[in-house]
Design a protein around this ligand. Structure first.
Ligand code: HEC
Length: 105
């Protein structure tokens, strides 16, 4: 268990349950695109997934910082994107979630 300030990917995995309804942890597309290899991947770039124009033209490569901002407030960071998720307000939970996302290959 990790009780310090370090990010806790194990905790992040439990938070990911809120995402798992739409996202696979590998490269399979469901309601949302597969999140395998999300860190370092260009936004809106999974072949065969029908992204919104907003996501297709976002133009950023997902890193921990941009993911954190996006998950805090998806519509603020990518206005007009079609992900039906209001945002995760707790910064510690978000950091843990992003740490977990970084383990997905
Ligand atoms: C109800 C379904 C749903 C939920 C819940 C959901 N997403 Fe999404 N997500 C989507 C859809 C749909 C898109 C594509 C949005 C677009 O094209 O505008 C998306 C896009 C994304 C992207 C961009 C992927 C890329 O290839 O550029 C990331 C990252 C992401 N979601 C992470 C998450 C995380 C982490 C959670 C949990 C906190 C989550 N999502 C919850 C449906 C969902």
């Amino acid at each position: 268990m990790n009780h310090g300030y370090a990010q806790d990917a194990e905790h992040g995995k439990t938070i990911f349950k809120a995402c798992a309804a739409c996202h696979a942890t590998d490269h399979a597309n469901r309601v949302g695109p597969g999140l395998g290899g999300i860190i370092g991947r260009k936004a809106g770039a999974v072949p065969g997934f029908r992204y919104s124009n907003a996501m297709k033209t976002f133009g950023m490569v997902w890193d921990a910082k941009i993911l954190d901002a996006y998950l805090a407030s998806p519509q603020k960071v990518v206005p007009g994107n079609r992900m039906p998720y209001a945002g995760l307000k707790n910064a510690t939970d978000r950091a843990d979630l992003v740490a977990y996302l970084a383990t997905l290959k």
